[in-house]
Write a new protein. Structure first.
Length: 267
């Protein structure tokens, strides 16, 4: 199966001509499936763009959401919307693992930067605090904000464990889609690991722990994780049978308004 991977496309930044040109570039990959690891757009347009991607390419869209996809709404409302509305898309966290090929099972969770590593006194400010409804009440309270992030991350880790527990016994390959890098070593920007001021908001330790436990328990299974969020390209292998691929842009290349095809994979 030819599966084309996209991440952090932020399609709401594109004008109609540029959007059509991007859809054409994706279609030129001749995908049989699209794998989208979040930050597709914002809450008022994410469903539209998922459907347009699927309709233009003729390929089903398997996706998770990123933090930008919740902007100007709430986590609950957007997740409910994407479970019901897209005609051409499948929101992976809402379903069971999918046997996408004879040897590969696919699943996904959104992930969340869960304030469990790096410098928690960091002065980095994310637009999330103002533009996602869930953060409005804690945007000026660092301790409460970190507590909320840790709770959101724990929920993502629990959801990933539940999905991994439903992987058929003896599966040879597991493909995991998520938005937030699950290990600090996968949080890449500008060609290197992000510094400690960004790590709390750009790493989901809870999903990393779930992946590590599954990798330990299933050494015969090769696990590949596709993620994004930090806008840098990198690969790390924290376990012998676990590879994390982070999508983004090469150093010095514009990101917002310049969506890229990350890769087309033969699964």
């Amino acid at each position: 199966m030819r599966a084309t991977w996209l991440t952090d496309t932020h399609l709401n930044f594109l004008r109609p001509l540029a959007l059509r040109q991007f859809y054409d570039r994706v279609k030129d990959e001749q995908p049989e499936a699209l794998l989208v690891t979040g930050d597709i757009a914002e809450s008022d347009s994410v469903v539209r763009f998922v459907d347009e991607l699927g309709a233009h390419t003729g390929a089903p869209v398997y996706f998770v959401l990123g933090n930008h996809d919740y902007y100007r709404s709430s986590i609950r409302i957007v997740r409910d919307l994407v479970q019901r509305a897209p005609r051409h898309g499948k929101y992976l966290p809402a379903g069971d693992p999918i046997q996408i090929t004879e040897r590969t099972v696919m699943l996904g969770v959104d992930g969340w930067g869960d304030a469990r590593c790096g410098d928690l006194s960091s002065t980095v400010q994310l637009s999330d605090w103002n533009l996602i409804e869930d953060f409005r009440r804690v945007r000026h309270d660092r301790a409460a904000r970190c507590e909320l992030l840790q709770r959101l991350g724990a929920n993502e880790g629990r959801a990933l464990r539940e999905q991994l527990a439903r992987v058929p016994p003896g599966a040879r390959e597991v493909l995991v889609l998520t938005h937030v890098p699950p290990f600090p070593g996968a949080c890449i920007y500008g060609g290197q690991q992000s510094d400690s001021s960004w790590l709390p908001w750009f790493t989901c330790i809870s999903t990393g722990e779930a992946l590590a436990d599954f990798a330990d328990a299933h050494p015969e299974t090769e696990i590949t994780v596709l993620c994004g969020h930090s806008h840098g390209i990198g690969t790390c292998r924290p376990w012998p049978n676990l590879e994390i691929r982070t999508g983004g842009w090469p150093p010095g290349v514009d990101d917002y308004g310049n969506p890229l095809v990350q890769a087309t994979l033969e699964i």
